[in-house]
Design a protein around this ligand. Structure first.
Ligand code: NAD
Length: 438
């Protein structure tokens, strides 16, 4: 079986490499020429642990190629995974589905007989049925090509593991179209017991957005509790630990802090609201507006805390932001809470210096006015305030005595509740953390 992957960003590049690792011949197709050239050279254009060696292996053994020729890929492969972006529209909550439409339009007229188009991008409910009709209207006569939806649940930072060992495989289809083909593609995971759920197109689309809505809600729930703790003297870390022991609640996604960001959760909960409003279901997911607001308020609270710790004056103070990526083990800065806080402090006149182990270049492209330094020690030298905003493991294990000997003022905001507070306080630091009071 030959496979094409359309769109080779965080999702598509990973999927293409993993399909090659499973033994298929794969072509990755992208409209971004520079991305294609880098992938052809065996370079991953973003940071994802473990991905580059596997990419190199399969580029070198010839199983994996990259191209910008969608028409050629359409005629060559049997299965086409559509992994293009569905970003939030400018000045609207809704998702821009024009890239998935372009991908389907580009593939349809050139598909080989019996080809299967498999959507993986996250789309508003109803998109897949519309795309299936669009595809059927454009395929050559008697081609019998069709479209199904197979949402993706991978986590950046764990993308290889999640693709090779998914916790479930969901296939949205009509009847059993494409089911046997996808069972063949995912045979390895199925043999090791991964649940394989066949649903209608709409349910498959909804599984993805509902999962992200649930996770975002859980994060904002504990962050709302942070606000209550801050006002009442409670400690959100102790609260979350106690809640997490309840099996019905569980401790995962209950880490209070600066909240969520990235290329998925924020835009997915907004697109879900927009879609429900279109459907006249204004009340059904109205709570997601509050989930989003709680999340945004954590950023404002972190900026306010920085002000407070600097005695109300941010201007010309050396403020060191540790982290720019939206989460550790990724260089993704899309809607990054850390970078947002850094920008806001810079706009208030702060002398803001950012250090991130992997995300400097993407962050510089997004926020070019900030100062970025490659070395952690160089970053904190002379600092008036440190803000730990992305919980990279190297920040968790910083030695408060060593760091303390280099800064101007021993003041730190732990925006992710990951530092051992007593240790830092013993070393003479004034430490403030979200949801934990003074
Ligand atoms: P991305 O922006 O990193 O990648 C999208 C790629 O598609 C880009 O390289 C772009 O150049 C390419 N592209 C756009 N139009 C194209 C076209 N017509 N033909 C070929 N290539 C085209 O985005 P991403 O993070 O990989 O996300 C892609 C989709 O997957 C989104 O719908 C997202 O919500 C979903 N998703 C992402 C993740 C994740 O962790 N990043 C996880 C699950 C689902």
């Amino acid at each position: 079986m030959k496979i094409s992957v359309i769109g080779t960003g965080y999702l598509g590049a990973t999927h293409a490499v993993c399909m090659a690792e499973l033994g298929f011949d794969v072509v990755g197709v992208d409209v971004d020429q520079s991305k294609v050239l880098r992938l052809q050279r065996g370079e991953v254009p973003f940071f994802e642990p473990g991905l580059e060696p596997l990419l190199r292996k399969h580029v070198e053994n010839g199983r994996l190629t990259f191209s910008s020729d969608l028409q050629a890929a359409a005629g060559w492969a049997d299965v086409h995974f559509v992994c293009v972006g569905t970003p939030q529209r400018t000045n609207a909550l809704s998702a821009d589905t024009s890239y998935v439409e372009q991908a389907v339009d580009g593939l349809a007229p050139h598909l080989a007989p019996g080809a299967l188009v498999v959507g993986k991008s996250t789309v508003p409910v109803g998109t897949a049925a519309r795309l299936r009709e669009r595809l059927r209207a454009q395929v050559a006569p008697r081609t019998h090509a069709d479209l199904v939806w197979n949402p993706e649940f991978l986590r950046e930072g764990h993308a290889l593991h999640d693709t090779l060992h998914p916790d479930r495989i969901v296939v949205g289809t009509e009847g059993d179209v494409g089911v046997a083909t996808l069972r063949e593609v995912y045979a390895g995971a199925l043999e090791s017991g991964t649940p394989f759920l066949v649903t209608g197109l709409e349910t498959a689309e909804l599984v993805k957005v509902a999962a992200n809505a649930f996770l975002a809600t859980k994060i904002s729930f504990i962050n709302a509790m942070s606000e209550v703790c801050e006002a009442t003297g409670g400690d959100v870390v102790a609260l979350a630990e106690a809640l997490g022991h309840d099996e019905r609640i569980g401790s995962r996604f209950l880490g209070a802090g600066l909240g969520f960001g990235g290329g998925c959760l924020p835009k997915d909960i907004r697109a879900f609201q927009a879609r429900c409003i279109e459907l006249g279901l204004n009340r059904s997911v109205a709570f997601l507006a509050e989930v989003d607001e709680v999340n945004q308020r954590r950023r404002a609270r972190t900026v306010a805390l920085a002000h407070e710790m600097l005695g109300g004056r941010v201007k010309d103070r050396r403020i060191v932001v540790l982290g720019a990526a939206f989460k550790p083990d990724s260089d993704d800065v899309r809607d990054s809470p850390a970078l947002d806080v850094a920008d806001q402090l810079y706009m208030r006149g702060g002398d803001v210096v950012v250090h991130d182990p992997q995300a400097t270049e993407p962050a510089r492209r997004r926020s070019p006015d900030l100062v970025y330094v490659d070395s952690l020690a160089e970053a904190y030298a002379g600092a008036d305030l440190l803000l730990l905003l992305t919980e990279w493991s190297e920040f968790r294990v910083l030695d408060p005595a060593v760091v303390g000997s280099r800064v101007r003022q021993r003041k730190i905001v732990d925006g992710r509740n990951v530092l051992p507070v007593p240790e830092w306080e013993r070393a003479g630091w004034q430490l403030r953390a979200l949801g934990r009071g003074a």
